[in-house]
Each structure stands twice: as C-alpha cells, then as structure tokens.
Write a protein that binds this ligand. Structure first.
Ligand code: NAP
Length: 526
C-alpha cells in the first residue's frame, strides 16, 4: 500500500484511520499516495486554530504578518522543483501548466506580502472617513475593520491545488485569521506538501495553518458564528454548503466560487484578417488547452459576428489541430491530462451532450495520444463545437464541460451578442476583442453587472495583456449568479471577507484618537 499522508491539525501531524483514499497519476493510472481524515477530532482542531492560531496572529501587526507571507514565499521557492514533480505525477500537467498553479501561487503570496507591508504597524483598519452625527461635530461615526476572531475554512477544487490554497490563505493570514485548508481529494498531495514545508520551516504560529485531506464529511458542523468558509467547486456542492446549519443558523460567512460559462466576444468591427480577430483566435486556443481547459475562467463560449463564423471556426480548428496531447513527460506534448479518469468521463459525457446540438468543427476524440494509453490515461484532445441554431444553442449556455471544449456561436448585431452572453446567468470573466476603444468601453460596461471581470484585448495590448483566464491578484476574481456570487482577490479588497466592520459612534475626542492612530492606508469596503 502507498504512503498515507498525514493531516496537520491542532498544531500537530495526525494520520487518519482506515486504508484511506488513493490518489492516482492520471496519465499512467498508478497509485501515488493515500489520504484519510477518518477519526480526526475536527471540533478540537478548529478550537485549537481559533484559540491558539488566531490570538497569535492577531498579536502581530499587518506589517509583521506581511513578513510571514514573504517567508512562506521563500520556503515555496526553495521547494519549487519538488512541487513540479508532484503536479506532474498527480495532476498530469505539463511544466507550463504546473507553473500556472505553482508560480501563480507564489506570485499571489508575494503580491499580498508587498501590499501588506504598506498597511502599517497596526492591528485594525479604518473604513472610510469619520462622519458627523451631530451638527457641531461633537458626536461622530467612524467605521473600523477588525480581523474576525474565527477561523477560515477553505474548501478547494481539484484544478488548482497550489494557487487555490494560497490565493485564499494570503489575504486570510495577512488579516490575522487562522486557516484550515481542505483540498479536493484527487489532487490533495501538492497542497499537503506545501503546508508540510511551511510547517517544517516554523514560520507561522501554532494553529495558524492546518490541512485536512480526504472526504468532506463533518467538515462544516464544528463551525462557529465568527468562522468563514471560502469554497471553490461545483454549483451542487455550493448549494449543500449554503444550506448547511452552520451557514443558515450560525451565520457563518460564505464565499462561493462555482462554475461558469465564460465568453470571448469578437466585436462587430473586427473582421477576419484584422489583428483583433487573430488575437481572439490565439486566446481561444490558449484558453481551451492550458491545463486541458480545467480552469474555472476558461473560455467556454465564443461569440463572433455571423459573417465571421466560418472563418473563425476554420482558424481556431487549424491551430487546435497542431496541439499534441498525451504524457507530459514527453517534451513534444503541449497538453497533458485531465485531473482524473473520473474527470475524463465527465468531460466525455458533457461533450457528448453538447454534440447532440452542435456541429463538430474540431474533433478532440480523433487526436492520437503521445506516450499514453487511451484506455488508461485521462487525456482528451481539444474539441471545438459550433452551434448555429438558436434553440439548439440553449444547452451551450447551460452546460459547463470542465475540459478542453468550447463552442463557437454566431450573433446578429451587438445587442444580440450581449443578450446571448447573459444567457450564461453570470460568469467569472468575458473577454472582448476589438480595435475600437469606445465600443470596447460600452460593451464592457454593458456586461459588468453579470461578470466579475471584463478583459478587453485591443491591438495595443497584444503583447502585454495578462490573458483572459489568468487570475491576477490585482483584479477581482468571482462572478454573480451562476458563478457563485463570490468575490476574491482584487487587491486589499480581499481582506474585507476576513474582517468584521463596525461603526464606533462617539465623542469627537474618541474618534480623534482613532483617526490619529489610523495607518496611512484605508481599506476599500468589501
Ligand atoms: P466539487 O465536487 O464541488 O468539489 C469541490 C470541493 O468540495 C472538494 O474539496 C470536495 O471534496 C468538497 N466537497 C464535496 N462535497 C462536499 C460537501 N458536501 N461539503 C463540503 N465540501 C464538499 O467540485 P470539483 O469537481 O472538485 O471542481 C470542479 C468545479 O469547480 C467546476 O464546476 C469548476 O467550474 C469549479 N471551479 C470554480 C472555480 C472558481 O474560482 N469559480 C475554480 C475552480 C473550479 P472532495 O474532493 O473530497 O470530494
């Protein structure tokens, strides 16, 4: 039997009971390690995080906690090569795709360390300006934000075992809130290894960072009113979390990042042969193939003027036909595996459902695998579909296939395009391709209520834009409606989730003291 990975809880390493759940290499099908949290006393572990980790973190200032983040960055950088090995084995990703997860995590942590250093040697943050409650100013209101005295439980999806942990943990730890991480079982190894390295380095106070691997059974029951939960995963699990007693009766604050049918939109000015057209084609291909399309932000729907439909389909399919798929240990392979054979089956089923209503413009199932056995490996070639019939296209706006699959859709006029995009019921991101700045601004604003991020690609940013699906810590990550309604990142805004806001109504003498003590920088509202 393979090694059973221990959990880090209540400040010590604890092995779960039973044989555990095996984690596999999705290319070779071999078993790698096992995970289990059976028999763990979660109640006691959470209490330890709240009672030991919380006070120790809150005793530090924002600047000191920013220093902890920097020290974590150093540890992760020192162990980076091993993380790539684990990602290759357990996620089946190419080096470039592993970097999106691992280097993305390190970059995000480093960015929060830099922002945190600017927050000052303080234990609380001002929120807006002090306002007068009495005409002569004798009585005033000052809003403050203070770290919540609970823990932050992170329940993550399988696709980002590194970034998924640290993009949440960076603002939480900077805020002074202890973290309990529960990675998705299929790829939990990398998360566990990173926490193990940080624990071994002795950077954080005891109880500040825990990891619980294995099933989610009983995870939410020990939560208390000042705890928070940040979840990334499917809409079904999100619904189960939202309806849990901890949330419904104990008002545990929840942030949900769920599935999303993100769009790319070629605006009407951009015809075949234009730079904007080529930029859309390039970005669609990148989004479909990076991490085998297993990005919550990946482009699933591609909207082009009806007059460009055939040309766009041909251009995207031509580029997809050059993508090599298979074992990422072979250096000629551009696209590795999906995270598991189960995920592969889910992608096959989702693609088959879409194919019943769409034309196949590039067939991923016909792509021969490099150095991988199709009966074993969770590798799937990229598939481009096209849906020209409106009734048939309905399923495209409602079905997220979490893999290298996207659908091309024609539109008749900009309003039609915007209406069709909104059929996604709220998404994380839409990208717009045009050479017309005014048109881009109008379209971005028109979609802003139904998206967390609008990514505008015009020719002058061709070489510098950060990519449709790349989540930068400077910008909001999350989306309304179907996307879960959550908000993460977006600079220091992210700290709001881990703070409690209160108004202090008092005499000017009191608010003057608070105003005098305030650090240089005020935190934007959450
Ligand atoms: P999932 O099945 O919902 O699992 C997500 C996490 O929830 C896992 O850690 C899972 O643990 C845990 N979980 C399962 N049942 C639970 C329960 N009843 N209570 C509490 N936690 C529970 O999602 P997935 O299949 O791993 O991820 C794919 C989905 O995530 C896609 O739909 C994708 O769009 C979405 N996603 C969204 C974002 C975003 O930022 N918006 C990012 C990435 C992925 P186990 O693994 O142990 O079952």
């Amino acid at each position: 039997m393979t090694e059973l990975l221990p959990n880090h809880l209540a400040g010590r390493w604890q092995t779960g009971g039973g044989p555990g759940t095996p984690l596999f290499d999705p290319v070779l099908g071999t078993e790698l390690v096992r995970v289990s949290n059976a028999g763990l006393d979660l109640e006691a572990g959470y209490a330890y995080a709240r009672d030991e980790g919380g006070p120790a973190l809150r005793a530090l200032t924002y600047v000191q906690r920013a220093g902890l983040l920097s020290a974590i960055v150093d540890v992760l950088k020192a162990n980076r090569d091993r993380y790539f090995d684990i990602a290759l084995a357990n996620s089946g990703t190419t080096k470039q795709d592993s970097a999106v997860d691992i280097d993305g995590a390190i970059f995000t942590l480093g960015q929060y360390a830099r922002w945190g250093a600017s927050l000052g040697a303080t234990h609380w943050l001002p929120d807006g300006e002090t306002v007068l409650l009495a005409k002569d100013g004798a009585f005033r209101s000052r809003h403050v934000q203070v770290p919540t005295r609970g823990l932050a439980l992170f329940i993550n999806a399988f696709n980002f075992p590194a970034w998924g942990l640290w993009e949440k943990a960076a603002p939480a730890l900077l805020s002074g809130v202890p973290v309990v991480a529960k990675p998705a079982t299929a790829t939990a190894w990398l998360t566990q290894a990173m926490v193990a390295d940080v624990a071994a380095a002795g950077i954080l106070p005891a109880g500040a960072l825990s990891v619980v691997c294995g099933g989610a059974q009983g995870l939410l029951s020990p939560l208390r009113p000042f705890d928070v939960v940040s979840f990334t995963g499917s809409a079904d699990t999100a619904a189960a979390i939202r309806s849990h007693d901890a949330v419904v009766r104990r008002s545990v604050r929840v942030n949900i990042e769920a599935d999303s049918l993100n769009s790319a939109l070629l605006l009407p000015d951009a015809q075949p042969g234009s730079e904007a057209f080529d930029l859309l084609v390039r970005e669609v291909v990148r989004e479909m193939t990076v991490k085998s399309g297993q990005k919550c932000t990946a482009i699933r729907r591609i909207f082009v003027p009806a007059s460009c439909y055939a040309a766009a389909g041909e251009a995207i399919a031509a580029k997809l036909s050059r993508i090599t798929v298979g074992n990422p240990r072979n250096e000629t392979v551009r696209m590795g595996a999906l995270a598991s054979r189960q995920q592969w089956e889910s992608v096959q089923a989702g693609t088959a459902a879409l194919r019943r209503h769409a034309d196949v413009l590039h067939d991923g199932s016909a792509v021969p695998l490099v150095d991988a056995d199709p009966a074993v490996a969770a590798c799937a070639g990229p598939t481009l579909l096209g849906a020209t019939r409106r009734e048939a296209a309905c399923i495209v706006h409602d079905t997220e296939v979490f893999g290298p699959v996207a659908t091309l859709l024609p539109y008749e006029g900009l309003h039609d395009a915007l209406d069709q995009i909104r059929l996604g019921q709220g998404s994380l991101v839409a990208s717009l391709y045009t050479a017309d700045a005014a048109l881009a601004a109008d379209a971005a604003l028109a979609l802003a209520d139904s998206h967390g991020r609008l990514h505008v690609v015009t020719p002058e940013v061709a070489a510098v834009h950060t990519g449709h699906g790349n989540v930068m810590p400077m910008s909001l990550h999350g989306g309304p409606g179907r996307a879960g309604g959550g908000e993460e990142l977006g600079g220091l805004r992210a700290l709001g989730f881990y703070h409690r806001r209160a108004a202090i109504q008092a005499a000017g003498a009191v608010t003057d003291l608070l105003d005098g003590a305030v650090p240089q920088r005020s935190m934007p509202g959450h």
